[in-house]
Design a protein around this ligand. Sequence first.
Ligand SMILES: [Zn+2]
Length: 90
Amino acid sequence: MVEPIQKTPTRRPDQHKCPHPLCNRNVSRGFLACRAHWSQVPRPLREAIYATVGTDRQAYAGHVAEVEEIWVAKAEAKLAKAGAAPADRK
Ligand SMILES: [Zn+2]
């Protein structure tokens, strides 16, 4: 077993972690991600998520995976702009 390096903040039972790979914010149940990261999700994808949440688990999971890809691409673009290699990040 590998011990988690990053300590997770205290979270209420009605909260979950923002699914953004670089984010550790608490998000209330009923929201996919924290405000900052939800705002990065393109509108058509947001609507697709609203349309499938609670009704089509498989499609919903696909949309969430798409959102995560967008976040990773954005985070990498930001790091590249700052001149830091993503691989060097811990
Ligand atoms: Zn977040």
